[in-house]
Design a protein around this ligand. Sequence first.
Ligand SMILES: [Zn+2]
Length: 104
Amino acid sequence: MARIKKGDTVVVLSGKDKGKTGKVLKVWPEEARALVERINLVKHFERRSQQNQAGGIVEREGALALSKLALLCPKCRKPSRIGWRLSADGGKQRICRRCQEIVN
Ligand SMILES: [Zn+2]
């Protein structure tokens, strides 16, 4: 199970967007990569199309390594390490190691 999932708010730990926060748009757990809203923008050159009448340069998010991201805990509002705790039904729950709250 991935530490970070779609919809989480994360903090970038390194690279050109270090310190920025954004919402996770997509995660590829096998590749340990994620797409984060407005983070790691990469310029793409696009041809004119039906959707994009003007064509030209557009910015899009590029995938980031999960190791460069930390979950921003929704409870304590700090970048946190994730721990695991077994739930009553035997499943795993993510917990914030900082405040020990369950983060789902
Ligand atoms: Zn917390």
